[in-house]
Ligand binder design. Structure first.
Ligand code: GRF
Length: 224
């Protein structure tokens, strides 16, 4: 049975789009039960509506405190029937009750090679530091920010003249490949958490062609 998934967005939703496209292409065995946003003007809501996915906005300002917002968000995700949650540019930290309710079933993507440059302004942090390689990380979500077990990472060169925008664009291209791949693995039940590590059950799927130079590990399978 397809995995029922809720996606949380705050902005453009290009990662959401990449996931929708791979679901529609039959590459991810999941169905999106809801796309929820904390921002009414998030373009991700428009993308979801275009594909007939139910959307909902929960504005933090409409709740007395963080705990009340978190409880409402959890209730909305549960009501949608989701059994797992994908954070796709959702710019808020989930509360501990939410994380406990969906423990080991929440994924996030961060545009840096964790544990480097967690938190906000990841591209700017990487450029300011002067790294020669950066990238993106998909990880399980736990109580600490950008901290849970890593599912997949992709590395790209950081060039001497990069600014946050140019580096971010290079990274985003790979986000759109590794995030759907991670969701596909989750939906297929191929991910197992083992302490800090995520173990990927092997398959005989052929591997995807990769542009050079770029390192992705575990390797992407054909179709991602
Ligand atoms: C991505 O860079 C992602 O890594 C970060 O937020 C951005 C979201 O972009 N968490 P989009 O909304 O998916 O286009």
């Amino acid at each position: 049975m397809s995995l029922p998934l809720a996606v949380l967005v705050s902005g453009s939703g290009s990662n959401l789009q990449a996931i929708i496209d791979r679901i529609e292409a039959g590459r991810i065995d999941a169905r999106l039960t809801a796309v929820l946003s904390d921002k009414a003007d998030a373009h991700g809501l428009v993308r979801a509506a275009k594909h007939g996915i139910p959307t909902r906005v929960l504005s933090p300002g409409g709740y007395p405190d963080r705990a009340a917002f978190d409880a409402a968000l959890l209730a909305a995700v549960r009501e949608s029937g989701a059994q797992a949650v994908v954070l796709a540019g959702f710019m808020r930290l989930l509360g501990k009750d939410f994380i406990a309710a969906y423990r080991d079933r929440i994924l996030n993507i961060h545009p840096a090679l964790l544990p480097s440059f967690p938190g906000l302004r990841a591209h700017g942090q990487a450029v300011d530091y002067g790294v020669a390689i950066s990238g993106a990380t998909v990880h399980f979500v736990d109580e600490k920010m950008d901290n849970g077990p890593i599912v997949i990472q992709a590395a790209v060169p950081a060039l001497p003249d990069d600014d946050a925008k140019s580096l971010g664009a290079r990274i985003l291209t790979l986000e759109h490949r590794i995030y759907p791949q991670a969701v596909a693995w989750l939906a297929a039940g191929r991910l197992a958490i083992d302490g800090r590590r995520t173990r990927l059950a092997p398959s005989d799927a052929p591997l995807a062609a990769m542009p050079s130079p770029c390192l992705v590990n575990p390797p992407l399978e054909e179709g991602f």
